[in-house]
Design a protein around this ligand. Structure first.
Ligand SMILES: [Zn+2]
Length: 372
């Protein structure tokens, strides 16, 4: 068993909250970070079937994609669906956590999963909503403590460049200082100028973890008043956002590609808007309801745009713009993440020796059916 906070921290790494759209409501929606977790169920939606399953399976935490509580609640009526579920969840001490648009945008999230399904390469975000700000940290350390400080910086998350961690540059020099009355210098004597061989350690870090990194650096540093500097950087940092655009390994006909999309998704049917006979190479996509990006997909040069929940006039818009469209359904384009997220958490549980069980909602079905 582990605390709910441990899972919340793991989810923060998988789908950082900072990636969520402004209007969204991800995070822990019911329960407490300090409650004990033995078993988790992952799902797309928190509905009565999922809550019943969580109760019978003795789960303490539900992780869903769609936030169970989205709009502000002014009353909890237990005779109505949402209030009834809240009552059941509280009675059974089941916490609820959501990762929504942050999981859409995250690296390895829903949209990247769709790109994998369709073998896209040279993938980029369709609509950039997040660009990480980087800063440079320079700190001066006496030689004997340089390694300790460098390791502390790396452990706190500084020095990540691509798939390399603990990156830093060091150079040697002489530091000078005069300890004044009332100080407790680690090196040197009060009232006497000291000249000490020091190491200058330079590293980079995302602005958002600055406080954590500084705290770790100060803890590892032997000086009473360590000298350090922080600079803003213009280096290209991590970029992500909603949707993706990438290329197929080979050109294909629109109808063949649409058939492949249908076969890869948990969808009874896909609806298509075929506007031309051009071969498909460049593919844009957005999981869930992404019709708002039809224009963007066209502007970015996509031959086809795949999303869900497309309305009549939006389909006409695709015709007017001259871009082929595939509506794979809201459920169809999002449900694949449920199993993938379950597998990812399972791996983390094994790596960290968390004594928990993880299951996922295997019985979820698209509410829409098709009459043939
Ligand atoms: Zn959705």
């Amino acid at each position: 068993m582990i605390k709910c906070q441990v899972i919340m921290d793991a989810m923060e790494k998988i789908a950082p909250r900072i990636l969520a759209e402004e209007w969204d409501n991800p995070g822990l929606l019911l329960g407490s970070p300090s409650q004990t977790i033995n078993k988790i169920i992952i799902c797309l939606d928190v509905n009565s079937q999922v809550v019943e399953k969580a109760i019978t399976e003795k789960c303490d935490l539900i992780i869903s994609h769609h936030p169970f509580i989205f709009h502000a609640i002014k009353k909890i009526r237990t005779d109505l669906p949402q209030g009834h579920l809240i009552q059941k969840l509280l009675q059974n001490n089941i916490a609820v956590f959501a990762a929504h648009t942050n999981l859409d945008s995250a690296h390895g999230g829903i949209n990247d999963l769709l790109c994998e399904l369709w073998n896209l390469h040279d993938v980029a975000p369709l609509d950039i909503s997040f660009q990480e700000e980087l800063v440079k940290l320079v700190v001066f350390v006496p030689e004997a403590h340089a390694e300790k400080v460098r390791l502390a910086l790396g452990k706190a998350g500084a020095g990540f460049i691509g798939n390399y961690s603990h990156c830093s540059f060091v150079s040697e020099g002489i530091g000078h200082f005069l300890p004044l009355e009332g100080t407790h210098p680690f090196i040197g004597k009060i009232g006497k100028i000291a000249a000490v061989k020091e190491i200058k350690v330079e590293t980079i870090l995302p602005l958002k973890i600055k406080d954590r990194v500084i705290k770790a650096m100060l803890k590892a540093h032997p000086y009473e008043e360590p000298a350090y500097e922080i600079y803003p950087l213009k280096t290209n940092a991590d970029i992500t956002g909603l949707g993706r655009i990438g290329e197929l390994p080979e050109e294909t006909s629109f109808v063949d590609f649409a058939a492949a999309v249908k076969a890869s998704l948990p969808a009874n049917n896909v609806r298509i808007v075929k506007v031309n006979d051009k071969k498909i190479k460049k593919v844009a996509l957005c999981s869930g309801a992404g019709a708002e990006f039809i224009d963007k997909a066209k502007m970015m040069g996509a031959d086809v745009y795949i999303t869900g929940d497309v309305k009549y006039h939006e389909a006409q818009r695709a015709q007017d713009l001259g871009i082929n469209l595939i509506d794979g359904g809201h459920f169809g384009t999002e449900y694949p993440i449920v199993r993938a997220l379950s597998a990812e958490l399972q791996t983390l549980a094994q790596e960290n020796d968390w004594q928990i069980k993880i299951i996922y909602d295997q019985n979820a079905r698209d509410p829409f059916e098709t009459l043939q």
